[in-house]
Design a protein around this ligand. Sequence first.
Ligand code: HEM
Length: 150
Amino acid sequence: MTHPVNGNTAFKSFLMVAALLLGGCQILNPQPEPSLYQQLGERAGIAKVVEDLLYLIVEDERINHQFKGVDVVQFHRNLTDQLCQLSGGPCTYSGREMRELHADMAITNTQFNALAENLILAMEENGIPTGAQNRLIKRLLPLYPDIRNL
Ligand code: HEM
């Protein structure tokens, strides 16, 4: 028969070993950071952000005149795919090149910033964490010269 104290000690040792093993596993296998694509709510979350962005663009006197006559359904699909792809998601942007698309628009720095501001606002409205907002904006910055036709 096991002595009560010995049993207790054995159990405590077992717990300590288990704790060490579990702790060790956590060090070896830390929970991966959610990807930017996940933080944006995957394609459905991005589609919602783009929808809200479109409403904000329509309201924004600094840029809404540029969007007159745009095919809204196509614009929504293509911008969603582009942001999905840029954020590391399993999408392929199938629209035209950025430079070609924006070539005749003479987009100013202020207008570019206005669109970026509206995108941030749309992400804010959808509860996207600030870090993820910044990461997405950072990935859009390389498009700046093409969009401004510089
Ligand atoms: C980060 C900045 C921007 C990104 C990522 C971006 C992205 C895009 C994308 C993906 C499309 C293709 C949509 C489609 O196929 O219909 C597009 C088209 C368009 N963009 Fe931008 N854009 C940006 C900035 C701007 C700005 C600042 C303006 C004007 C103020 C603008 C005006 C337009 C217009 C009017 C179209 C439609 C062109 C057409 O249908 O021929 N964009 N943009």
